[in-house]
Design a protein around this ligand. Structure first.
Ligand SMILES: [Zn+2]
Length: 266
């Protein structure tokens, strides 16, 4: 989904000419900004997993809302310093990321967009998204801005289908979404091996969590192989259920978000 250069979609801002972009402001009053990462996702998924999910989800929203939304290029790399012990991870600081996001939305504002929805595919970006959104709302009072994660829209569905405790990064929940969007990014041989051996690497050594307390740690101290949960339980069908339910819920919100031209969201 993200590696095909010549797949023209009417809603992709970067594939428009400037006169087309100028016309899009009126036809498509909502700008969707995906934010991703280039970071380890266990031994079984590619580094661009969060980017694939953010872009894929943003495109599904634009399809549902057509012609009301455009999708900007995905912002990446993300805030991933906690994954730097794993090869290939690229990281920018939270300060850099929120500033980049702020300035991209500022650019959209300069061209006339007044409704912006950030689709964040990477948990590590969340604080930076919140800071950027707060700054934008303060600096541009007539800008409507909202942001969301993907799995957080369907945490109830995810919980229902979680195999073991603590299914988060690169778990069966995230792996299922990637199988749905871009199966080539998942190394099924690695998952098959885990299934056949029936073993799950020991995870979460050390500190026991207490609900409500945030204690950030480098990810190799959370999980030696970089994944959580039971990735071998992932299926494309579960991915479809998670993503399409999230699309339905986000679309319902965005329809009123776009229509409400007078009031900024709380
Ligand atoms: Zn991820």
């Amino acid at each position: 989904m993200t590696d095909t250069i010549d797949t023209p979609e009417q809603f992709l801002l970067a594939q428009m000419t400037w006169p087309e972009a100028k016309a899009a402001v009126t036809r498509s009053p909502l700008a969707i900004v995906p934010t991703g990462a280039c970071e380890q996702h266990g031994a079984h998924m590619s580094l661009d997993t969060d980017t694939v999910r953010a872009e894929g989800f943003s495109r599904r929203l634009a399809e549902e809302l057509a012609p009301l939304a455009v999708v900007t290029p995905c912002l990446t790399p993300g805030v991933s310093s906690h994954h730097m012990a794993f090869a290939g991870t690229l990281a920018v600081s939270p300060l850099t990321f929120q500033q980049m996001l702020y300035e991209v939305v500022e650019s959209l504002y300069a061209h006339g967009w007044r409704s912006v929805f950030i689709v964040n595919g990477h948990g590590g970006n969340m604080s930076a998204c919140g800071v950027a959104a707060s700054r934008l709302q303060a600096d541009f009072p007539d800008l409507k801005i909202a942001w969301t994660g993907i799995t957080s829209l369907v945490s109830d569905v995810a919980l229902e289908h979680t195999v073991g405790p603590k299914a988060a990064h690169s778990s069966e929940i995230e792996t299922s979404q990637t199988l749905y969007f871009a199966p080539s990014r998942v190394r099924s041989a690695v998952l098959d091996e885990a299934r056949e051996s029936g073993t799950t690497p020991e995870r979460y050594p050390g500190v026991a969590g207490v609900s409500g307390i945030k204690a950030p740690r480098p990810f190799h101290k959370v999980s030696p192989d970089g994944a959580t949960g039971t990735p071998s339980a992932a299926t494309a069908e579960l991915g479809e259920k998670l993503i399409e339910t999230a699309v339905t819920r986000a679309t319902a919100f965005l329809e009123s978000f776009i229509a409400d031209s007078a009031a900024a969201p709380a």
